[in-house]
Write a protein that binds this ligand. Sequence first.
Ligand SMILES: *Cc1c(COP(=O)(O)O)cnc(C)c1O
Length: 475
Amino acid sequence: MPLKRGQQHDRPSRDLELNPVFSREPVKVPRHALPKGEMEPETAYQLVHDELMLDGNARLNLATFVSTWAEPQALRLMAECAEKNMIDKDEYPQTAELETRCVHMLARLWNAPDAHRAVGCSTTGSSEAAMLGGLALKRRWQHRRGADAKAAKPNLVMGINVQICWEKFADYFDVEARYVPMEGDRYHLSPEAAVELCDENTIGVVAVLGSTFDGSYEPVAELAAALDALQERTGLDIPIHVDGASGAMIAPFLDPELVWDFRLPRVASINTSGHKFGLVMPGVGWALWRDEQALPDDLVFHVNYLGGDMPTFALNFSRPGAQVVAQYYNFLRLGFDGYRRVQQTCRDVATRLSAEIAKLGPFELITDGSETPVFAFRVREGIDAFSVFDVSAALRERGWLVPAYTFPKNRTDLAVLRIVARNGFSHDLADLLLTDLKRVLDRLERQDGPRRSAEDAGGFAHGAETKNPRRPGRD
Ligand SMILES: *Cc1c(COP(=O)(O)O)cnc(C)c1O
């Protein structure tokens, strides 16, 4: 029984149909059972290929943060590395070496005081990296609290805007999630509200660089200062983990003066998604700790490496190495200047498009894409003919995926649309979107009221994954 329960598995379904050009005899290809016999590779390829045509056009997907385009050379390297298993350090020592180089490059990019003392690893994405970051915080708290930890319940403080992976971390690893709600036009955590939730069982505070709700940066330096003051007052020494899934690959290139990283002694660890603004196809993330003290040794396992010993910290054992190789390729290929140009273009597209959307009249910007190249906008107060959900559905008719969702506590009254400007979403595509948006507005403005609400949008938003139906799609 698959995790997904649905009618399609309960009712008897028709077999897959084979194009008659492939076989003179009728061939039985069941949909949910292993076929009895074999078929030709070309036939199997065509069947799978044809069915996948129904997946959306990734380039028109403005919901996802994850790369939908890569250079042919990166794809070629990935194909060449298809068999490489990241855990077999012994068998693929050069892949392991490239992973280490990427970690050192990121440690420098994030201003680790001593890049060679920083420790880190690749992961399958920011979600696994968040689990590892959270586990390190939890273990350090256990060491700090000693025998008292047994009876106590650890907690993690974060804004209610955190990505679903933090809710999962708390749930899977028995940590109480303490959320700072939104307030007025503050859509992420405030240092004061975060500090108020901290106590002797707080394992850490998560700061998000690039909130998935609106693309905004959380104020990491201000949070660090507030936690410094807390320590002076109470002696509580609470570390910060920065979830830089998207922002940790934007800020170093575009906002070098913004202090959010290992320059702040309180920042213990940082994660990013290599497959977001790291520009790699899906399947790689990174977790880094400022030094060995920040990653308790008793969490580290050891695998055999060329007859020697290789420390690892990961949830998975076997894992593809191709994405790590592609990350290294991108680092070499683009260098600092190349990444800066790519990210600046994303920001330019985001800020220009947001300004154009603001000029249309019925919309009001929540953010303008000037932090991560992501912005959210709402239907202006007093516009009663249509909802953001109507706009999202109407754009979908032209193939655009622009998610609409409601904000969480205490702004559940606020519904927005969100656009992510990724590499490959050009000014030209942005203009096409704008033209389509104007066209659908002509129609929507003639409606006598909103047709769709948050409930109708259920499951529409990309990456929607939640126990709480109020949470939007974030990925
Ligand atoms: C995307 C995202 C995640 C989850 O990352 P994956 O790489 O998709 O696992 C976590 N946090 C933030 C802020 C994100 O944007």
